[in-house]
Design a protein around this ligand. Structure first.
Ligand code: UDP
Length: 495
């Protein structure tokens, strides 16, 4: 009997994880299968409108939620996504809460109609391996990283090259397809014993790696042409099925979809587009450092001064956490906004990033190199000014700078612990920001070459998701594979 395909998607509670999962849900539903996203209430509220709109247009898509156990683990009310986790103590509690999600998730699965035929679950929810066994359905991991990062991770793990160097001593990744120079202080917590994340991550990483090896396959938000050498290598290394189906952000076709990825932009979409329409093509630098990384207020102020110094139009997104108040205050008292009036747009809170990047007025992206942002920059066909802060971002910076050759670094040197505020003060000076902006937006052959490469990559990204493109083909292969699995499935007594 042919089964009706029903994908259940469960993201980690962090924008860099749930935004691409929602895009993936839309993409899969566009190909026919029923798709259910399961998440927690605050995230569901952010996407309700988007999903309802997609469902009203006929896509077999729905969004279900269950309570996040914040109070049970002692988290403050509303602390339901990593954006609101601001200390190691909260992080520990957040991990405990994540672990408690298995039972409510399974209870919801039990009641779902049609019966789920497969699930795509974030890599950071390792308990889902057991759920998949219970329900006897294939579990596919969603990994939010690039293949380049996965291969770097693997190489560091097996070579242990970072073990024999000091924090700031540059080393070359051995047996790697390209020459990549790193320092230990740029590596994520696991490889960086000085980092506060190291201990906690080791045990967690071990659980993830077991659950990873048991997964049926891995879905990645990337496209094969962007990093084909790494895709091939990572397939060999993992020995698992890997489907590169990105860039997922490109499934948002109209401006409402592009603006409302999370339904909470702090600026009116029309106002934002109007401001961009008034700027010259390719003239604006868009600066945004993602959803969870934290630079200290003096460093953020210096970034603003660097944008001012660049003498170019800019959009500066300042994330609305409690520390941002200090920066907002400085903006008022210093007269910054007044000085840059007309050429500087400040967004306090959440920006409609994909909508902005897609506008022809944007000429460069100052990014923290989170993988989603990096890929969104690639799609927009713009060069990047790179300012990695934590986690895997320094490694993504290497991809942009050394492999794709579309970026210039501001010169940040070391990771900051993911959830503790950066207390280092001003490490990157305003002149460094101005100089990096100039190197991607200014005159000269090198800058022009970067812009040309970026435009080519942008075209390549769009072709990958078009009919006949590699990602479009991979989505079809994934669905076909899941259909075969569903048809081979034996009905179980308990489910
Ligand atoms: N994002 C956005 N508006 C903002 C900040 C972030 O739309 O003001 C989106 C961005 O487009 C990306 C995601 O949030 O899709 C951030 O993911 P990324 O992997 O770049 O970084 P993270 O936030 O996980 O560090």
């Amino acid at each position: 009997m042919a089964h009706q395909l029903h994908f259940v998607l469960f993201p980690l509670m962090s924008p860099g994880h749930f935004i691409p999962i929602v895009d993936m849900a839309k993409l899969l539903a566009q190909h026919g299968p029923t798709v259910t996203i399961i998440t927690t209430p605050l995230i569901a509220a952010r996407f309700r409108h988007t999903i309802d709109r997609a469902a009203a247009s006929g896509l077999p898509l729905r969004l279900l939620d269950f309570t996040f156990p914040s109070t049970e683990v002692g988290l403050p009310n509303g602390c339901e996504t990593l954006e609101t986790v601001t200390s190691q103590d909260l992080l520990k509690k957040f991990y405990v809460a994540l672990h408690m999600l298995q039972q409510p998730f399974e209870q919801l699965l039990e009641r779902l109609e049609p019966k789920p035929t497969c699930m795509i679950v974030d890599k950071y929810l390792p308990w889902a391996a057991e759920t998949a066994r219970k329900f006897r359905i294939p579990r596919i991991l969603f990994d939010v990283m690039s293949c380049f990062y996965l291969l770097c991770f693997h190489t560091l793990h097996v070579s242990e090259v970072h073990e024999s160097v000091t924090a700031s001593e540059p080393f070359v990744l051995p047996n790697f397809p390209d020459t990549i120079v790193l320092t230990k202080s740029q590596l994520p917590g696991l490889f960086n014993p000085g980092s506060l994340d190291a201990v906690r991550l080791k045990e967690f990483r071990e659980r993830i790696s077991v659950s990873e090896s048991e997964a049926y396959g891995i879905v990645l938000n990337t496209f094969e042409e962007l990093e084909h050498r790494y895709v091939d290598e990572i397939r060999k290394v993992k020995g698992q099925k890997i489907w590169c189906i990105g860039p997922l952000s490109l499934c948002n076709k109209d401006s409402s979809d592009k603006a409302q990825r999370g339904d909470m932009a702090s600026i009116d979409e029309i106002e934002c587009l109007k401001w961009l329409d008034e700027q010259e093509p390719g003239s604006v630098i868009y600066a945004c450092l993602g959803s969870i990384s934290r630079l200290c207020p003096p460093q953020l102020v210096e970034l603003g001064l660097g944008l001012e110094l660049s003498k170019r139009p800019f959009i500066w997104v300042i994330r609305g956490d409690e520390k941002a108040e200090e920066v907002y205050k400085w903006i008022e008292e210093d007269g910054f906004e007044e000085r840059v009036k007309g050429r500087g747009l400040i967004i306090r809170g959440w920006a409609p990033q994909v909508l902005i990047l897609d506008h022809p007025a944007v000429g460069a992206f100052l990014t923290h190199c989170g993988w989603n942002s990096t890929l969104e920059g690639v799609c927009a066909g713009v060069p990047m000014v790179t300012w990695p802060i934590c986690a895997e971002q320094f490694i993504n910076e290497k991809l942009v700078e050394a492999v794709l050759e579309t970026g210039v670094s501001v010169g940040a040197e070391a990771v900051v612990s993911l959830f503790d505020e950066d207390k280092r003060g001003v490490v990157v000076k305003r002149e460094a920001v101005r100089n990096a902006v100039e190197k991607v937006m200014g005159g000269g052959e090198a800058a022009e070459e970067k812009r040309k490469r970026a435009r080519e990559l942008g075209e390549m990204a769009k072709r990958a998701v078009e009919d006949g493109g590699s990602s479009s083909l991979n989505v079809k292969l994934l669905i076909q594979d899941m259909m075969e699995q569903a048809n081979n499935m034996t009905p179980t007594e308990d489910h």
